[in-house]
Design a protein around this ligand. Structure first.
Ligand code: F6R
Length: 260
């Protein structure tokens, strides 16, 4: 796991965008894994900028979203399908047909989850997965207690997560209780994971993820088992890390040609 601590939000976004750009330029039909929430927004902004000004071409790129609320009607402004369309995919030239998320309106939820998993494997798997981190250590909507081998399925949100996400709705009562999410086993199969976390409210989860035991109480800790994970952190999110100085030293001395 590589841990990069950088105070400037734009430099973290630029690094993640560099990795996406290098991938898409070398493999135009690359498969991206897209997270919603606030953390990846600066990366999407940077990718939109590179698309508009630098001609970064997503026309053959495919994308899978991580998760979806159950029961929000299609087109609801806070459904993750709609959020990712508004924040990113409609602003670059990814074909809408190439963007797929779990179907939060499915009548047969297990069948919809299986179909989503099949679509990911049918596309050859995710090349680069962008992730945020919940204050309780969730990735996707894999809340504490999630099986480390889980696949796409329905989950119940913790009240803490519903409180955290109430900022996107007009009240907490509107935040659904249930979600569909890629499992931890699904995320582990992506070839490169870039997780972004900023702010002191993420510091404990970052420490548990990177330096704690691999345990379901911090679902993100499963990333310790992945061979290619990059954490992009601001100083506040990194403030509880025991080995922060070592991570800074390693990154400062890293040959830049290596990329992330
Ligand atoms: C969103 C998702 C969640 C968020 C996490 C952090 O698709 O999967 O795991 O990444 O809740 O959210 P923010 O980035 O808003 O702090």
């Amino acid at each position: 796991m590589e841990i990069v601590i950088l105070s400037g939000g734009s430099s973290r976004a630029a690094l993640a965008a560099d990795a996406v750009e290098a991938l898409v330029r070398s493999k135009p039909d690359a498969v991206l894994g897209l997270a919603t929430g606030a953390s990846p927004l600066p990366v999407y902004e940077e990718l939109v900028r590179r698309h508009e000004r630098g001609g970064l071409d997503f026309s053959r790129t495919r994308a899978f979203t991580l998760d979806e609320y159950v029961g929000l009607p299609a087109g609801h402004p806070e459904s993750y399908r709609e959020v990712i369309r508004r924040d990113f995919t409609s602003r670059v030239n990814i074909s809408e047909a190439n963007v797929l998320g779990p179907d939060g309106e499915a009548a047969d939820v297990p069948a919809a989850c299986r179909a989503f998993e099949d679509a990911i494997s049918g596309a050859g798997g995710v090349d680069l997965q962008l992730l945020g981190l919940g204050t309780d250590g969730h990735i996707g909507f894999n809340e504490p207690g999630s099986s480390l081998a889980s696949r796409t399925r329905i989950k119940t949100l913790l009240e803490q997560t519903r409180r955290d996400n109430a900022r996107f709705f007009s009240s907490q009562a509107e935040v659904p209780h249930h979600v569909l999410t890629q499992g931890l086993g699904t995320v582990l199969e992506s070839r490169h994971v870039i997780l972004l976390a900023a702010g002191a409210q993420k510091a404990q989860a970052v420490r548990d993820l990177a330096e704690g035991p691999v345990a379901a109480i911090c679902p993100a800790s499963v990333l310790q088992l992945h061979p290619h994970v990059t954490l992009l952190l601001d100083e506040a999110a990194a403030s509880s890390l025991r080995l922060a100085d070592y991570y800074r030293h390693s990154y400062d001395g890293k040959p830049r040609w290596q990329g992330l």
